[in-house]
Each structure stands twice: as C-alpha cells, then as structure tokens.
Design a protein around this ligand. Structure first.
Ligand SMILES: *[C@@H]1O[C@H](CO)[C@@H](O)[C@H](O)[C@H]1NC(C)=O
Ligand SMILES: *[C@@H]1O[C@H](CO)[C@@H](O)[C@H](O)[C@H]1NC(C)=O
Ligand SMILES: *[C@@H]1O[C@H](CO)[C@@H](O)[C@H](O)[C@H]1NC(C)=O
Ligand SMILES: *[C@@H]1O[C@H](CO)[C@@H](O)[C@H](O)[C@H]1NC(C)=O
Length: 510
C-alpha cells in the first residue's frame, strides 16, 4: 500500500514536471491570433469573383472547402461559433437572449484567451450587437478593452443611396456610393479597419494578442465604394442554373426573403409574396453588387494583413453563414440550403503547410482548433454534459491540418438547423421569434448528400418530436450541386435516406 502510494507520488511529480515543461514550451512559442469575421459572405470561387487577398491567404494556409454554419442567421451563428456550442445548447434561434443569463455561464473563445494572458480586442461586428450579447458584446468576459464599433454604423439604414431612376436618396438594396458624399465621409468597414490597424501598430508587444475584426459587408444593404463595380462587369455575372421554386420543395423550407423585398429599389418591382421571382436583370445586378461588396472587403483584409507578422500569428478567416443569390428562387440567408450554410474557412498557421481539406466541418470546430493551435488545450475538454461551463462541442481540426490521409478517411458530417413558425411561408418565416417557433428543420451534410427533416418543435419546453414531420429533403451533390431536385421519395435513395435519418436523429441528442 505504502509502496503504491509512493509510486503514485513519483508519477504525479514527474507528470507535474512534464506539464511545467509543456507550459514553458508554449510560453516561448506563444502565437498571436487574428480572427477575421465577415458578415454574410458565402463561399465564392475564383470563377465568380476575384478576391486576391482572401485567395492569397488561402493559398498559403489551410482551406476547408466544406465548412458549414450551425444556423443561417447572424446572432445564433455568432454565439454558436464563439462559445463552440450548437443553437440547441444555447437555446438561441433568434436575437433575444443572452446565454450567461438564460442558460449557463459558458466560456467564449476570446474569454479563454483573455484568461490565458492574452490581450483580446473586438473591432466591428464579432458578437451580434444587442440582447444576444447583453448589449456589451460580452464585455468584460470576452474582451480586455470595450469593443469598438464604427461611429458611422448608425447611418447603416439611412437614405444613403442615390437612385438610378429618380436621382433621389433612398434605402436601396443595390447601393454603390462615392464615399466622400456619405455621412462622416466614410463607411463603417473603413473605420473598423483603421482602428484595428492603429491598435496593431501601437499596442505594447509584450503580451500576445487575440484581435477579432468583423467587417459588415457584404451584408445588405450592398453599400460599397462604387469603383468596386469595375471588378465585376455585369456581362461576366452568371444567373443561377435554376432560378425558380423547385417542384418538390416542401413549403416549410421556403423563406420569403423579406429584408430584400423591403429595400426601396426591390419594393418597386412588386414581386408577389411569397413565391414571386426576381426579374432576370435584377438577379444579375444584385449578384454583381454582392460580388463587388465582397471585393471591397477583400481589399480591406489585404490592408489589415499588411500590419500582421504572419510568422507569429495564427489567422482564421470565416463568416457567420452564406447567402442565397437567386438559387431555387431564394435570396438572403434563413434556410438549410448549402448556399446559406457554406462559408469560407481559412486558417493560416505558422509552421503548418498549405492544404485543401474536403471533409465537411462545422463552425463550432473553430473553438477547440484555436485553443489547440495556441497551446491552451490542456485547460479545456470536450463537453460531456450540457451543463459543463468550460468545454466545447465541436472537434479540433488540427489533425486534418497535419495529415491528408485523415481527410480521406474521415466520415465526417456537419449538422445545421433552422426554425419556422408555420408550414406555409408567412411574414415571420425568415426570422421567427422563439415563442413563435413551431417547427425545426434539422439538416445533415455529408461529403455527398444533404438531408433535412422539418419536425415539430415546442418552444416553451424546448422539445422536439421526430415523429411529426412537415417536410423532408434529400439532395445528391454529385448530380445536383444547387440542390434543386429533392429526391427523398426516389426508391433508389431509400437506403441512403434511412441511414441519414438515423444519423441525424442520433446526433441530435439534446
Ligand atoms: C461567469 O464566468 C465569469 C468568467 O469566468 C466569472 O467572472 C463570473 O463570476 C461567472 N458568473 C457566474 C454567475 O458564475
Ligand atoms: C447583463 O446585463 C444586465 C443589465 O445590465 C445585468 O443585470 C446582468 O448582470 C448582465 N449579465 C451578465 C452575465 O453580466
Ligand atoms: C465624389 O464626390 C466628390 C464630392 O462631391 C467629388 O469631388 C468626386 O469627384 C467624386 N468622386 C467620384 C469618383 O465620383
Ligand atoms: C407596381 O405597382 C404599382 C402600384 O400598384 C404600379 O404603379 C407600378 O407600375 C408597378 N410596378 C411594376 C414594375 O409593375
């Protein structure tokens, strides 16, 4: 017994020395972190729009070609990414609750860095401002200094756009501008960039930093310096391959993209609610401006990266979710389609070689990945119990960064969800409030398929009933990359469907 005890002591001491060594190893190697967060940027290819700075970062880094948001709406997705937990765990599907007060005191990515001795900064839109981050962007828990917001952001919904037809100032969707004529002679993203650069230049370099920079574009309105239109000539913009509501699409999966309809220029087109389609010419024009706004943000990112020492800094670039550009007659976010869920996810990590990863991954994976890359891993485990405060629900992507074989072998999938108030599209279908949610669409994406079940959801008890289904969707990405052909009733896919259904139900344990 005594002998055993001593052995135990020796093991503890040796283990302790080992831990101290690891800690000091990481101390010398402490890397800075730059988190670049873009609002509503879907994954764009080179063929669609030239984004030289993002593509350069991707070329020198690790690019995840199949990264999916947990919900295609700003506040739920941002809180999910930043706490590393699914919307079901945060009980947030709208904009109106703060997890620390309503669920549990879950830690965030910047909070872990702050508690590990980093200086943490937030510029622009990182947390969704407002109630979902307690009107403070989770300061002081997440940030060392109060978050910076662009003063000119208060004019975001003002009549800023000179109308082509009338010459009057309106609240348009398409809004290329001359910056010198805008309120305060600037744009919010320019103010965000300048403030982030000032801090990067002037901060005391003895402590490592975690700097998060959140750009507002290409979120609507598409207000950007007009010269960026030249980067995307309208003749080069291609329409979606299927711009109508698909025949076999369940009504519950349709969202009426009200925020787009409500802009002054689109309102004038009298598109019928809820299923009318965008005129062809406007489809191309909106796509052009979305691309131009993305190109504008790309240039700001290039400027920002000029102030970062890439040898000492881990950079992660992503977006909260994607945005439909007319595919299947849909616009904006608010759905379970690939175009609304798939985002760019790029890591630059000093010492890790460039790589393309094809496995589906989730944005909640960013949390454990950054913690591991920065060497803070020993402090945080994977969640075993939904009440654990310091843990994460995703999977670290570090093994995929090191080993190509892992990518081929990995049978990974990504889970997402979207709430609805009703089976038929109605005025609040895009953004139902928690109390109005009656249906939840759970979706699973594998390398080849997307499978979705829209089931009954009780918003008071927060329970779901897998036996009450309001719509089912199955898409085969080999044949149908734009998800226009719902094949869930096809006999040929019977086995795939039952396999995916089982996987979806067993993975959604909460
Ligand atoms: C929540 O966590 C923060 C950060 O660790 C801590 O300062 C605070 O006291 C905690 N609040 C509660 C109610 O436990
Ligand atoms: C959120 O804000 C409210 C009102 O200011 C405050 O009472 C509450 O303590 C805050 N929650 C946390 C966790 O700080
Ligand atoms: C922008 O507006 C200013 C002030 O009205 C004008 O001097 C300038 O030429 C305009 N620039 C462009 C590119 O139109
Ligand atoms: C839209 O409706 C208004 C009022 O009914 C009408 O004056 C206008 O001409 C219509 N516009 C189009 C593009 O059909």
């Amino acid at each position: 017994m005594i002998f055993e005890c001593q052995t135990y002591k020796i093991v503890v001491i040796v283990f302790h020395i080992y831990l101290v060594q690891i800690a000091s190893f990481y101390k010398h190697e402490e890397k800075n972190v730059l988190f670049v967060f873009i609002d509503d940027l879907r994954l764009l290819t080179n063929a669609q729009v030239y984004l030289p700075n993002i593509h350069k970062l991707a070329g020198n880094g690790i690019i995840f070609q199949n990264a999916f948001a947990q919900q295609a709406l700003c506040a739920p997705s941002r809180n999910s990414i930043l706490t590393g937990r699914r919307p079901d765990s945060l009980r947030l599907y709208d904009f109106y609750s703060y997890w620390r007060d309503k669920v549990s005191n879950f830690s965030t990515i910047p909070q872990i860095f702050k508690e590990s001795g980093y200086e943490t900064y937030s510029f622009g839109k990182i947390f969704h401002p407002g109630q979902s981050s307690n009107f403070t962007d989770d300061y002081p828990y997440s940030w060392s200094v109060p978050p910076f917001h662009a003063p000119s952001e208060i004019f975001k919904d003002a009549k800023n756009c000179k109308d082509d037809k009338t010459g009057k100032l309106q609240r348009n969707l398409i809004c290329p501008v001359n910056v010198t004529t805008q309120p305060r002679k600037t744009l919010p993203d320019l103010e965000i960039l300048n403030n982030a650069i000032n801090v990067l230049k002037e901060r005391d370099a003895t402590k490592p930093f975690f700097v998060a920079v959140g750009f507002h574009k290409p979120h609507i309105p598409l207000r950007f310096p007009a010269q960026y239109l030249e980067t995307v000539p309208i003749e080069k913009v291609k329409p979606p391959s299927y711009p109508f509501r698909p025949q076999y699409l369940p009504t519950v999966s349709w969202h009426p993209w009200l925020d787009v309809r409500r802009r002054d220029d689109i309102k004038r087109l009298n598109i019928s609610f809820p299923y009318g389609t965008m005129p062809y010419e406007w489809t191309l024009r909106i796509k052009q401006s979305y691309y131009a706004a993305s190109s504008y943000v790309d240039e700001l990112i290039g400027n920002l990266l000029d102030y970062v020492d890439m040898r000492k800094t881990i950079v992660v670039l992503t977006s909260d979710h994607g945005w439909s550009l007319g595919e299947n007659g849909l616009w904006a976010k608010y759905s379970n389609f690939d175009v609304a869920l798939k985002v760019p996810l790029i890591f630059h990590v000093p010492g890790i070689y460039p790589k393309h990863v094809d496995s589906p991954v989730e944005l909640i994976d960013i949390f454990p990945t950054l913690i591991e890359l920065a060497g803070l891993k020993s402090s945080i485990p994977k969640c075993k119990n939904s009440k654990d405060i310091k843990c994460f629900e995703g999977k670290s992507l570090v093994p995929l960064m090191h080993d190509v074989e892992q990518d081929i072998k990995r049978t990974a999938f990504a889970l997402s969800q979207y709430p609805r108030p009703s089976i038929q599209p109605q005025i609040n279908s895009d953004k139902p409030r928690l109390r109005d949610i009656k249906i939840m669409g759970y979706s699973i994406r594998t390398k080849r398929y997307r499978y979705t079940e829209w089931i009954s959801f009780n918003s008071t008890l927060l329970t779901k009933d897998w036996n009450t289904t309001f719509g089912i969707e199955l898409y085969d990405h080999v044949m149908d990359p734009e998800e226009s052909n719902n094949i869930h009733t096809k006999h040929k896919y019977k086995h795939i469907k039952s396999k995916l259904s089982k996987l979806l139900r067993t993975q959604n344990i909460r």
